[in-house]
Design a protein around this ligand. Structure first.
Ligand code: ARG
Length: 571
């Protein structure tokens, strides 16, 4: 709550405690009847040598004028046993919050914590010639929302798609393509076709191990810049990217950099030389590694015995490049939990290299996407393409619209926004470490904790405003009775909390805090609308209520935007 800091500071003054200590004790009661904040006085008994209820009465008496002097819109201060329950002046708060939102509009909740510093966000990062997995979807959705949140609190996010476009598998793919592939087939259906070739390679290599040697040879050629190898690789990359771009376009996601692993090929020597110069590189069974025994970790592999560099080497080179290019204040890696060890190793190696900024690198892990309790995998030959999942969601929403609102203008666009939004929200309403169950039903209903429900609530608020002929104004006048009552207050306190939720979600890398909050707001708003006649007879009352509707619509829109969802005005 926005007044909490001020209130804590005031209490600290009155009872002579550190502000931090007061912050720790101050409670936000679940039951609004116990006040908007409650301060238990047990801890003061020792120093004040009195019974806690007595202390509570004494402190409460001095607190009211002190709070007023500090400009906190306090309504009443009540003593219940050892507790001091603080009630805000609901009308003053409502007026204040609504006026602030109607003035600041989409800017409400912004903060300047980041001071414009860069934060690199490594997200999505699918592998070329392979299908976009559910894990990559989660990374894309979580990473994009996290980037939006960081921008909102004053950082400058840099979205980097660290494409998996390098490695021995490309040698194998070239061999397979030259033996069994066709240009037309790849062109027509790039990813399934390339995957098929890759699978075929492995099947045939069981009977004919010489294929593996050929694969290695072609990868070597690729590394050495052989023209044919390079051209094929580039083509596989372009075709795959075209496919991925369809998905990104549908989801409205743009990247600041598409430097994948291959980009670092000519930047690996620097890493190897530097590790050597710093005495960190040692030989281990023919390979070159950095030992991490003292941290209870296996060694970080830098070079294989045949001289080839590895995934970790490329991540080290990428980290140095990103620090050089962006001087990032933080570097985030939104990658599945199974790569936890990899990132711990990479960060440790950078630390051992003496880079203080390694302390500002964070792996943002997430759980798995499950279907019927099992990991959703891309089974051989039978691939679930993300693009198909998105299209299916959109088709489903189209059906609902045809049934519920057949006269809606731009139906197709809305269906796209809602179908895609459903998939994004399904992910973001859960804490990222939780595994999530892929369920069409749960994702697409217009009721319950779903994207469509929040989008629908936003559209509904807009339609109320349209029908009432609401005229925008940020002058808020609250006539008696306009916004009194628990339903209005529930909406107001949620709106009041928005800036804190944004700050917490952004700083703690937890977009789900916003996902959960926005469901609460949508529910509170619908309850308000069901119980309070917004289109009241009296003009001034109606206008005040419409202003609450307008403030809610604004914040729902901004919250959805931050999560990466569109907010259609009608649906
Ligand atoms: N392409 C990798 C994968 O699909 C993810 C890359 C994550 N980013 C990184 N800098 N390692 O597993």
């Amino acid at each position: 709550m926005i007044y909490k800091d001020k209130i804590a500071a005031t209490i600290a003054q009155v009872v002579d405690l550190e502000v931090e200590a007061v912050q720790r004790i101050l409670e936000t009661p679940k039951d609004l009847k116990m006040g908007d904040l409650a301060f238990p006085c047990f801890q003061l008994a020792k120093t004040m040598r009195k019974a806690p209820p007595m202390i509570a009465s004494e402190v409460a008496e001095r607190l009211t004028p002190a709070l007023q002097a500090a400009g906190v819109p306090v309504g009443s201060v009540q003593v219940v046993g050892a507790y001091i329950n603080l009630f805000l002046d609901q009308q003053a708060v409502a007026k204040d919050v609504i006026a602030t939102i109607l003035t600041e509009k989409a800017g409400y909740g912004s903060a300047d914590i980041g001071g414009g510093a860069h934060v690199t966000i490594d997200l999505s990062s699918p592998n070329i010639a392979k299908p976009f997995s559910m894990g990559h979807l989660r990374s894309t959705v979580i990473g994009n929302a996290q980037a939006n949140l960081l921008a909102k609190i004053g950082y400058q996010p840099v979205r980097i798609n660290h494409l998996g476009d390098w490695g021995t598998q490309f040698g194998k793919l070239i061999v397979a393509y030259k033996k069994w592939g066709s240009e037309a087939a790849v062109q027509q259906n790039p990813i399934p076709e390339l995957l098929k070739l890759y699978v075929q390679f492995h099947d045939e290599a069981k009977a004919d191990p010489s294929l593996e040697d050929q694969g290695r040879e072609w990868f070597k050629k690729l590394e050495d810049g052989d023209q044919e190898a390079q051209q094929l690789w580039q083509w596989f990359r372009d075709e795959s990217l075209k496919e991925f771009n369809k998905t990104y376009a549908l989801m409205g996601i743009k990247f600041d950099s598409l430097h994948g692993e291959a980009f670092y090929n000519d930047k690996m020597d620097r890493v190897v030389n530097e590790l050597e110069a710093k005495g960190l590189l040692v030989e281990d069974e023919g390979a070159m590694v950095v030992k991490l025994d003292e941290y209870d970790m296996p060694p970080c592999l830098i070079k294989k015995s045949d001289g080839a560099t590895l995934y970790a080497t490329r991540d080290l080179a990428a980290a140095l490049y990103r620090q050089d290019t962006y001087q990032f204040a933080k570097a985030l890696y939104v990658v599945g939990n199974e790569q936890r060890l990899h990132f711990r190793q990479v960060f440790k190696v950078l630390e051992k290299m003496g880079y203080g900024w390694a302390a500002e690198m964070h792996h943002i892990p997430f759980g798995m996407m499950l279907k019927d309790g099992k990991k959703m995998s891309t089974r051989k030959g039978k691939v679930i393409l993300l693009d198909e999942v998105l299209q299916a969601a959109i088709a489903d929403v189209k059906k609902v619209i045809a049934e519920k609102n057949p006269n809606l203008a731009n139906k197709d666009q809305v269906a796209e926004q809602v179908g895609v939004g459903a998939i994004i929200f399904h992910d973001l309403k859960n804490y990222r470490m939780n595994d999530i169950n892929f369920s069409w039903e749960e994702m697409l209903t217009f009721e319950g904790e779903t994207g469509p429900y929040v989008q629908y609530t936003h559209a509904r608020a807009n339609s109320i405003l349209r029908k009432a002929g609401y005229v925008e104004s940020s002058d808020v006048v609250l006539p008696a009775g306009a916004l009194e009552g628990a339903e209005a207050w529930a909406v107001v306190t949620l709106l009041l909390n928005f800036p804190n939720v944004i700050k917490r979600a952004g700083e703690e890398f937890d977009p789900s805090a916003l996902g959960k909050w926005i469901i609460d707001l949508a529910q509170a708003f619908n309850k308000f609308y069901a119980n309070v006649r917004v289109l009241a007879e009296e003009e001034a009352v109606k206008n005040a209520r419409l202003q609450l509707v307008a403030a809610t619509a604004t914040v729902l829109h901004e919250g959805l935007r931050l999560l990466g969802l569109e907010a259609p005005a009608e649906m």
